[in-house]
Design a protein around this ligand. Structure first.
Ligand code: C5P
Length: 225
C-alpha cells in the first residue's frame, strides 16, 4: 500500500517541524522541513551575495543557484541539511537568517528553484512536509492537509526558548517582531502566500502541548482513513 503524503502548513513557531518529525517517526515515513531550504538559500546569500552595505544582492543570488547543492542526510533519525557539503543546521536558525528569509522566500526565482526538489521527494508517497504553501501549491493533491496556528504570545515564548536551548542569545521583543514581520510578508506575498488550503484541517494549538497536537493529528488521520 502506498504510504500517505501529509502537508502541514501554518504560522511561524506553531511547532510544525518538531511535530512533523515525531509523526514521521511514528508512521515510518520521511519528514521534510521546507523552511530549512529557504533558510539555507538565505544563509548562502548572506555568505556569498551581499553588496558593500551588507544587503543581499538578489541578481547575484539568482545567478548563483547552480553553485548551490542542497542535500538532506539522515543522521540519528534526523534529516540534517547540508549545503555544499556543509552541515548548516545550526547556522540557518541564526537571527540574521530569520531576519532575511521571508524577503528571499518571496522571490519567484527562489520558489521556482525549490519547487521541483520538494515535489520529487513526495513522488513515491510516504512523506510529511511542513511549510507555508505545501497544501496549496507544492502538494495540492496531498492525502492529508493540516494548518497549524497559535497566539503570537505563545509562539514568541516557544521560539525564544528554542533559541536559548540552541545556545543563541535572544531578546523576546525581537523574537516577537520577527515572527510578526515574517508572517506578514509570508501572507502578503504575491507568489504562494501563506494561507490555509480549503480542504485543510485547522488546529489552534495555543493551549495544547506538543503531544496533544500530535495526538489530535493522529486522530484525524485515523478518522479519515
Ligand atoms: O518554517 P520556518 O519558520 O523555518 O521558515 C522560514 C521562512 O521560510 C518562512 O518565514 C517563509 O518565509 C519561508 N518558507 C516559505 N515556504 C515554505 C517554507 C518556508 O516561504 N514552504
Amino acid at each position: 500500500m502506498k504510504k500517505p503524503v501529509i502537508a502541514i502548513d501554518g504560522y511561524s513557531s506553531t511547532g510544525k517541524s518538531s511535530i512533523s518529525k515525531i509523526i514521521a517517526e511514528k508512521l515510518g515515513i520521511v519528514h521534510l522541513d521546507t523552511g530549512a531550504l529557504y533558510r539555507g538559500i538565505t544563509w548562502f546569500a548572506l555568505q556569498n551575495c551581499v553588496d558593500e552595505n551588507g544587503k543581499i544582492n538578489l541578481e547575484e543570488l539568482f545567478k548563483s543557484f547552480h553553485l548551490i547543492e542542497l542535500e538532506f542526510k539522515k543522521e540519528e533519525d534526523e534529516l540534517i541539511l547540508y549545503l555544499n557539503k556543509i552541515n548548516v543546521s545550526k547556522e540557518i536558525r541564526a537571527a540574521e537568517v530569520s531576519d532575511n528569509v521571508s524577503l528571499i522566500a518571496k522571490q519567484k526565482e527562489v520558489r521556482d528553484f525549490l519547487l521541483e526538489a520538494q515535489r520529487s521527494i513526495a513522488r513515491n508517497g510516504g512523506v510529511i512536509m511542513d511549510g507555508r504553501d505545501i497544501g496549496t501549491v507544492v502538494l495540492p493533491d496531498a492525502d492529508f492537509k493540516f494548518f497549524l496556528t497559535a497566539s503570537i504570545e505563545e509562539r514568541t515564548k516557544r521560539r525564544y526558548n528554542e533559541l536559548l536551548s540552541m545556545g543563541f542569545e535572544a531578546d523576546e521583543t525581537q523574537v516577537r517582531e520577527n515572527l510578526m514581520e515574517r508572517d506578514r510578508i509570508d501572507s502578503e506575498r504575491e507568489i504562494s502566500p501563506l494561507r490555509q488550503a480549503e480542504d485543510a484541517i485547522v488546529i489552534d494549538n495555543t493551549n495544547l502541548t506538543k503531544s496533544q497536537t500530535i495526538e489530535s493529528i493522529l486522530q484525524h488521520l485515523i478518522k479519515i482513513n
